[in-house]
Design a protein around this ligand. Structure first.
Ligand code: UDP
Length: 339
């Protein structure tokens, strides 16, 4: 396939580029480096199945030649980033999604949207199934990301229903792993960097809020399966009541949660990281961000049934790999203080 990935130099986008190029696909990576980084795609530059275009996906999109798939991964995704770039976040979720869908329609390409568990807001049900409509405050500081992604999902379904575009929506839960930035701002990267530097771990609030962390390789496997799943309507009647989210005429075009269902508190993840790094850092408590979700855990029954996908990397394994990565990053950053 010939595949365009917007946000292809970001954390997830660059892992997707690597994975799809290694599976024999031609990949065009588009990124404006707002939060993406040239280092993430450095290993692919010069590869004959890889091409990079520095571009803002909110502008009119033109790509030469045919395209089989468009994967829209461009967006700030860490709360620190989308609070710093609120307008860019709204624009890339709204205008950028519209442009990427328009390009997919012109090329008759399959379209995959990187959506998010943030569409559930501060959820009132736990775990969250795809059928849950969410509890989002549109005017909260987080609203810029949540509402942009909710709009993006609405726009994607409209292109599917009105233009008959073959679309997919992945609702991505907290993901971590190599290629996160030292100053990414998310909890796993913050805690690992703080532990390795011997600084106190900044637990926001009392640390009783929960998240469910998926290792990046597992997530990428789920995305690729969702992308490659046949567009024919799946047989929804499996003759069983054990797969409730396959009923009600839901198809491969409806949102699919991708994440790891193991739920931990923020205090638990802090303790694990202190143990795994062997750090003697302590913990300090900072203010809880506004509208920080109290719980988050994916119900992944749809992904299991439709894609035969479940994460296989344990939190301990994934954290160890990520700690190794950050050790190297910190060594390298000594010579480059701008990190
Ligand atoms: N968090 C924290 N300390 C940090 C960074 C984050 O306690 O240094 C908390 C944050 O308040 C939230 C959870 O960890 O409850 C996950 O935050 P993150 O920024 O990783 O992403 P979110 O899941 O909120 O989008």
């Amino acid at each position: 396939m010939r595949i365009l990935i917007t946000g292809g130099a970001g954390f997830l986008g660059s892992h997707l580029c690597t994975s799809l190029v290694s599976q024999g696909h031609d990949v065009i990576c588009m990124d404006n480096f707002l939060t993406g980084r040239p280092e993430n795609i450095a290993g692919l530059m010069g590869h004959d199945r890889f091409r990079f275009i520095k571009y803002n996906v909110c502008d009119y999109l033109h790509v030469d030649g045919s395209l089989d798939a468009v994967l829209h991964f461009a967006s700030p995704a860490s709360p620190r980033d989308y609070l710093e770039y609120p307008i860019a976040t709204l624009k890339v979720g709204a205008l950028g999604t519209h442009k990427a869908l328009g390009l997919a329609k012109a090329k008759r390409a399959r379209f995959l949207l990187a959506s998010t568990s943030e569409v559930y807001g501060d959820p009132l049900v736990n775990p969250q199934p795809e059928s849950y409509w969410g509890n989002v405050n549109p005017i909260s500081p987080r609203g810029v990301y949540d509402e942009a992604k909710r709009f993006a999902e609405a726009m994607t379904m409209a292109y599917h229903r009105y233009h008959r575009l073959d679309t997919r929506i992945a609702r991505i839960f907290n993901t971590y792993g190599p290629r996160m930035r030292i100053r990414d701002g998310r909890v796993v990267s913050n805690f690992i960097v703080q532990a390795l530097r011997g600084e106190p771990l900044t637990v926001y609030g009392d640390g009783s809020q929960t998240r469910s962390f998926c290792y990046v390789d597992d997530l990428i496997e789920g995305i690729v399966r969702l992308l490659l799943a046949p567009s024919t309507e799946p047989s929804v009647d499996q003759g069983t009541d054990t797969v409730p989210y396959l009923r009600h005429n839901w198809t491969i075009h409806h949102p699919v949660n991708l994440g790891n269902p193991r739920e931990v508190t923020v205090l638990e993840i802090a303790t694990m990281i202190l143990q795994l790094t062997g750090s003697s850092s302590g913990i300090k408590h900072d203010d809880l961000p506004v509208d920080d979700p109290k719980v988050r855990r994916p119900d992944i029954q749809r992904a299991q049934a439709l894609l035969h996908w479940s994460p296989t990397t344990s939190l301990e394994q994934g954290l160890s790999l990520t700690i190794d990565y950050f050790r190297e990053q910190l060594k390298a950053s000594h010579s480059s203080p701008s990190h």
